[in-house]
Design a protein around this ligand. Structure first.
Ligand code: FE2
Length: 720
């Protein structure tokens, strides 16, 4: 049985495919179309998933999307009516009825440039969050112009709400994307509520048989936060926080106020926070107010999203979000910082205050969740789960003892959650039928996964008891996080030959006058190596040589591109699409920024450490295989690895185990043999673009940056 999961029509579009419970592929659309956080429909991701599974779309049994327009519909209606009423009264009081009508008429049909007015009913129906980014709702618009008989509003509202409640026409879009007739699609289509997809993504692929679950997000299907308990095949929702109250909204609004306007910029604010003092914590405690039973509410005076609405664009490009913070931010904190201007202590202090308040409220929710469930294992998801500083403190500040964060914790990961939610719902129904039949043979009407074992639920490795122990690698028995495209050495060689590296590098050399590194005649690099290429601009190494050579280059202070195996799912490069350098060299941070990354200098770079040594270098030892936890580096070790030690002595580590990624482990192990340090600096293989996907992408990035050497499969290309 094949299940295709989709995250579509908002940021970080993605697809995943599961066969009989086995995860075959999961990938984000941005990697193919090279548009960061790309929204829209994940056509190429779906095509890749089908190729990876070796099937056509007609063989897919179930298709699901992480959105359910009908979820919480009555609450959406109430919110919209309330808003309409308030706005209408305001306009009547101003005597501006004619103006209002004019605005209503001009706005009809302009979904991407919306302005609220009495003539429009904004329904907040879906969310986004990405790249460390909790974010905000996209809106659907209802034209409620009266038809003059007094019933127009009610009728049209009802019509529109029925439309909103319908399943979006995913089937037609899917058929169109794949260039086939809808008659070829025999799959059953499902809408999975956004946060249930998040929760599923953090449970059914986790090492836990039973766990407390929390999704912290911007918004999705009118909900910003949902928590519950996963047991066997099912997830029971225990609580939620509804629109317009959202931690993600606060983080995004403050990020905008601090002069970082792009989708996914929230991670920059997290990186800025350790430079400041939380002297505005009082104001942020007023902005986010905690309540009993894990609830919280926003002081909406600070925001525009509930009262006025916010412009958003969710087309096929990168998402764009209008200003969320209100003038109250300006009254309390002064003028907003203009992008690309000098950062002052005020910005750092605001970032520190925001981060502290986020952590306080998250721990408030989690402590309640622990009280409710009595469980010590936690699965965390949602866009806010990309806040690795918060994550790293959870086990210190709450009663939870083990924590699982799926690598694509944000919305792309809901594609994965959709697959396993559908699978486990089917499994639970199947079990129910069997139980009802008192042991009689199942009638065969329902769908039952092939290969079902005795495990209580289905996940990537549900039948292996060892998966329930959170060892050095929670993903050891799953393909996660390496679920994307991979390429053979033959395919890589072909791309290298096509690329004509020698001439391109030479051309580049003549074009870049300030380049300090000299590009050698690459033929001289061949030495006695045997290359299959007629153009000897690269070298091929054996499996063992590739890691020793690369480790030597890292230890020698070179900037090393490392392209291996299947691409990672989620925003972190975890050793297959990475740039690796020596963490002992403090200057490497500036070198990386100058030559390749072009990031703000205050942002830290991350360490990857052999899992066995994490306790030697960090204050905490819980596995962090997806680079989504920040721990304090032991004070006596900070001077040893300055390039990955943040200003507050922390590091956003990746624990690397041999069974999860043998080649990357070997690279670090070889570096350890050379230097005595079991740590490398690992940053994503890209230059202000989505992480590279194909050999072509990697070669392009190598050529346009000042990377010293590229290890791509078993081949290597070098410049001197
Ligand atoms: Fe989300």
């Amino acid at each position: 049985m094949y299940i295709l999961g989709i995250n579509a029509y908002h940021g970080d579009a993605a697809a995943a495919i599961v066969r009989d419970g086995e995860l075959i592929a999961a990938v984000e659309e941005e990697r193919f179309n090279r548009i960061k956080h790309c929204a829209g429909f994940p056509t190429q991701s779906i095509q890749y998933c089908l190729r990876a599974a070796g099937i056509g779309i007609e063989e897919v049994d179930h298709v699901g999307i992480s959105r359910d327009p009908s979820a919480h519909l009555h609450k959406k209606v109430l919110m919209a009516v309330r808003r309409l009423s308030v706005e209408g009264r305001r306009q009547l009081a101003e005597g501006s009825r004619q103006e209002a009508v004019g605005r209503r008429q001009s706005a009809v049909g302009s979904q991407d440039r919306l302005r609220d007015s009495p003539g429009h009913l904004a329904l907040h129906v879906a969310t986004e969050d990405a790249g460390g980014a909790p974010a905000v709702p996209v809106r659907e618009v209802v034209d409620i112009r009266s038809n003059g008989n007094g019933h127009g509003f009610a009728r049209q509202l009802a019509d529109r709400l029925r439309n909103a409640a319908k399943v979006r026409d995913l089937k037609a879009d899917l058929a169109k994307a794949l260039g086939v007739s809808t008659s070829r699609l025999r799959a059953r289509f499902h809408n999975i509520e956004h946060h249930r997809a998040h929760l599923a993504s953090s449970f059914f692929v986790s090492p836990f048989e039973r766990a407390a679950l929390l999704s912290l997000d911007g918004f999705g299907d009118f909900i910003s936060t949902m928590w519950g308990e996963g047991v066997g095949n099912s997830i029971k929702v225990l609580g939620q926080v509804e629109y317009p109250h959202s931690l993600g909204i606060v983080y995004t609004a403050t990020t905008q106020f601090l002069g970082f306007p792009h989708y996914g910029d929230e991670g920059k604010v997290m990186g800025l926070a350790p430079y400041g003092r939380p002297r505005f914590i009082g104001q942020f405690r007023d902005i986010i107010r905690t309540e009993k039973k894990g609830q919280f509410r926003l002081n909406l005076d600070y925001f525009r999203h509930a009262a006025e609405g916010v412009d958003m664009t969710w087309n096929d490009g990168s998402p764009k979000i209008g200003r969320i913070f209100s003038d109250e931010y300006v009254r309390k904190f002064g003028a907003a910082r203009e992008p690309n201007t000098q950062l002052t202590d005020r910005e750092s202090d605001l970032a520190a205050s925001l981060q502290l308040r986020l952590e306080e409220v998250a721990f408030h929710i989690l402590t309640n969740l622990h009280d409710e469930t009595g469980l010590n294992d936690l699965g965390l998801s949602g866009g806010v789960a990309y806040n690795s500083v918060m994550n790293g403190k959870i086990l210190l500040h709450t009663p939870f003892q083990r924590l699982f964060i799926q690598p694509a914790a944000g919305d792309s990961g809901t594609a994965l959650g959709v697959c396993y939610q559908i699978l486990n719902e089917l499994r639970a129904k199947s079990k129910g039928r069997r139980a009802k039949g008192e042991g009689q043979r199942a009638k065969g009407k329902g769908v039952r996964a092939k290969g079902e074992g005795s495990a209580a639920r289905l996940g990537p490795a549900a039948n292996d008891a060892s998966r329930f122990a959170l060892g050095p690698s929670p993903f050891a028995l799953t393909p996660l996080p390496f679920t994307g495209p991979e390429f053979t050495d033959e395919e890589i060689l072909e791309e290298l030959q096509i690329s004509d590296l020698k001439s391109q590098i030479s051309d580049r050399k003549s074009q870049i006058s300030d380049r300090t590194s000299q590009i050698s005649d690459l033929k001289s690099q061949i030495s006695d190596r045997t290359s299959r290429s007629s153009d000897a601009a690269f070298v091929k190494y054996s499996d063992s040589e590739i890691t020793t050579r690369a480790a030597r280059d890292v230890a020698d202070g070179l900037v090393v591109g490392w392209f291996q195996g299947r691409m990672e799912f989620g925003p972190r490069a975890l050793g297959n699409r990475s740039i690796v350098v020596d963490p002992r060299r403090a200057e490497m941070k500036d070198i990386l920024n100058q030559r390749i990354k072009k990031r703000e200098p205050f942002r830290p770079f991350a360490p990857s450490i052999l899992a066995e040594y994490v306790g030697d270098y960090f204050e905490q030892t819980h596995p962090a295989p997806t680079m989504l936890m920040v721990y304090q580096i032991k004070p006596e070790r900070r001077g040893e690895i300055p390039a990955v030690t943040h200003v507050d002595g922390s590091g956003r580590l990746q624990t690397v185990s041999r069974d999860e990624n043998a080649r990357f482990y070997q690279l670090i192990e070889e570096f350890y043999k050379l230097t005595g340090v079991p740590v490398v600096l690992n940053t994503s293989f890209n230059e202000n673009e989505p992480i590279v996907c194909t050999p072509r992408d990697a070669i392009d990035c190598f050529l346009k940056t000042r990377m010293d050497v590229l290890y791509i499969g078993n081949h290597s290309v070098r410049r001197k």
